[in-house]
Ligand binder design. Structure first.
Ligand code: SF4
Ligand code: SF4
Length: 61
């Protein structure tokens, strides 16, 4: 399972350094590689990109 980033993304860059799998790339909107995203399993109890996103643009795919 992976998260995706919606069009609501304002490209603030808060999520990118938080990802333990380097699954997030810059863009408009930012992009999550579904092959790399583990929903933070094994690293954190909750998806860190969703935790820090100020506009709630990181959602379950
Ligand atoms: S849920 Fe976790 S692993 Fe997936 S993109 Fe967000 S920060 Fe990275
Ligand atoms: S934290 Fe949210 S608004 Fe900021 S770049 Fe990531 S997805 Fe976009």
């Amino acid at each position: 399972m992976a998260l995706k980033i919606t069009e609501d993304c304002i490209a603030c860059d808060a999520c990118l350094p938080k990802c333990p799998n380097n699954a997030i790339s810059e863009g408009n909107p930012y992009i999550i590689d579904p092959d790399l995203c583990t929903e933070c399993e094994g690293f954190f109890p909750t998806p860190q990109c969703a935790e820090v996103c100020p506009v709630d643009a990181c959602l379950k795919a």
